[in-house]
Design a protein around this ligand. Structure first.
Ligand code: ARG
Length: 464
């Protein structure tokens, strides 16, 4: 007896002597989260049915009935009238059952030469391809917003830090460009991952392929896949493409999180480098003076759950023998949540980048503390012939003496400076200014305002 959808809905009722308990039903069902795949599930089914008809595996009339039924189902889902049944376990069986209700035997023929195993793998790939395209667009928006910020502040000077200690003066535009580079690589990773997502599993059926004369390439073309998966066992079972996406997503969030950490620090009144527009902040229920950078803090926190989803999927996969196992049903929630978290975060950050107010005076004041131009003094001595290690030593003495006197290097007189090296002349004062320091780092990748502007120009061309 062939398995078919009984009235109660079980797809395999004839084989079983007792029904599963309600708890097991709930435990094994996925409909409450995978109904999100309805749209792509129908898209995949229609492409499969079209091919079945073209290959004369089903009749043209059956295909027409399936199309008609699916159109109605799409309407029911869109209007919220579609009744999702736990008894029917997942999105695939729910839709197939309704189709059969609507169009009879044609609906029962849809599953010819197909299994839910290759069906679900196809659905996830279609869904993920769309998500990657959205995310790529959002990464582009974020980079464009950051480019505007970098451009406004190509000349704004702040201290650059290593070990959170003042290191050398840099331009804020240059600092922002660093994140634009990170998000650029993230976009490349997404695009690269898309290549491996965009292959068609349908035709693999349960695991071994099918006895029907199917045309997989035709289905791939209809659905916009670049290729078909080349091995049926692999096609239904591996979720490496989803893992790869989650790894790329974890890196995006890691970059967002690093930026968030800086935004939080910069917005602290103790630093006061920036302000973030009120619409991204919240107050405190007890302390009336508070304005907290909640959005960057939450993004930093949400990075943890995205990293967690990556580990969840890796762990899900690692012990599975070929081919499909029910474990794989657990791939969806981590994947959906990764997509949702990333999508929302990027959308908010692109907007927030435009809501950042920079406070150049505070940045400048900070750059004037901490001997940020000490390396410039050392480089100056090297250019006058002193070996670098000796120059380093001479400047260390100068800094030490400034610490004792509680002044900056540029506050020392020429005479006082010459005590550390007779090579110092009055052209030193230009070198010790913040502007002189940043302007001197004038090569590709350097912090000079001229280079920042060139980099921005280059990136604008790239982003089109
Ligand atoms: N709901 C299942 C999943 O998400 C669909 C595939 C079920 N296949 C099966 N042989 N039980 O993976």
């Amino acid at each position: 007896m062939t398995a078919q959808l009984s009235k109660k809905g079980e797809a395999w009722s004839a084989r079983f002597s007792e029904p599963v308990s309600d708890l097991v039903k709930r435990y094994t069902a996925s409909v409450f989260f995978d109904k999100r795949l309805a749209q792509v599930d129908i898209q995949g089914s229609l492409a499969h049915a079209e091919m079945l008809a073209y290959q004369k595996i089903i009749s043209a009339d059956d295909y027409a009935a399936i199309q008609k039924g699916m159109t109605q189902i799409q309407g029911e889902i869109a209007s919220g009238k579609f009744e999702w049944l736990l008894d029917l376990e997942d999105v695939h069986l729910n839709i197939e059952k309704r189709l059969t209700e609507l169009v009879g035997d044609a609906g029962k023929r849809l599953h010819t030469g197909r299994s839910r195993n290759d069906q679900v793998a196809t659905d996830i790939r279609l869904y993920l391809r769309g998500a990657i395209d959205d995310i790529s667009g959002l990464l582009r928006d974020l980079r464009l917003a950051l480019l505007d910020l970098a451009e406004q502040h190509a000349d704004t000077i702040l201290p650059g830090f290593t070990h959170m200690q003042v290191a050398q003066p840099i331009t804020f535009g240059h600092h922002v460009l660093a994140y634009i580079e990170m998000f650029g690589r993230d976009a490349e990773r997404m695009l690269d991952c898309r290549k491996r997502v965009n292959r068609l599993p349908l035709g693999a059926a349960a695991l071994a392929g099918t006895t029907f004369p199917i045309d997989r390439e035709r289905v791939a073309k209809t659905l916009g896949f670049d290729d078909v998966c080349r091995n049926s066992l692999d096609a239904v079972s591996d979720r490496d493409f989803a893992i790869e996406f989650c790894a790329a997503a974890a890196l995006v969030m890691t970059h967002v999180s690093r930026m968030s950490e800086e935004l939080v620090i910069w917005m602290s009144p103790r630093i006061g480098f920036i302000d973030i527009a009120d619409r991204f902040c919240t107050g405190s229920s007890i302390m009336p003076q508070k304005k907290n950078p909640d959005v960057p803090e939450l993004a930093r926190g949400k990075t943890g759950r995205v990293n967690g989803h990556l580990i969840a999927l890796l762990t899900l996969m690692k012990g599975q023998p070929l081919a499909y196992n029910k474990d794989n049903q657990e791939d969806k929630e981590p994947l959906f949540d990764t997509v949702d978290t990333l999508t929302d975060t990027l959308r908010i950050f692109a907007d927030m980048a435009r809501g950042i107010t920079v406070k150049p005076e505070a940045m400048r004041a900070a750059a004037l503390q901490g001997y940020a131009t000490a390396t410039d003094l050392a480089d100056y001595l090297v250019k006058k012939g002193l070996p670098f290690r000796d120059a380093h030593e001479a400047v260390a003495h100068a800094v030490r003496s400034c610490v004792d006197r509680a002044c900056d290097l540029s506050d020392l007189s020429l005479e006082q400076l010459r005590a550390f090296s007779p090579l110092i002349d009055d052209d030193i004062f230009q070198v010790l200014t913040l502007e002189g320091s940043v302007a001197a780092r004038d090569h590709i990748g350097g912090t000079a305002p001229r280079q920042v502007r060139l980099a921005i120009q280059h990136l604008r061309q790239q982003l089109g």
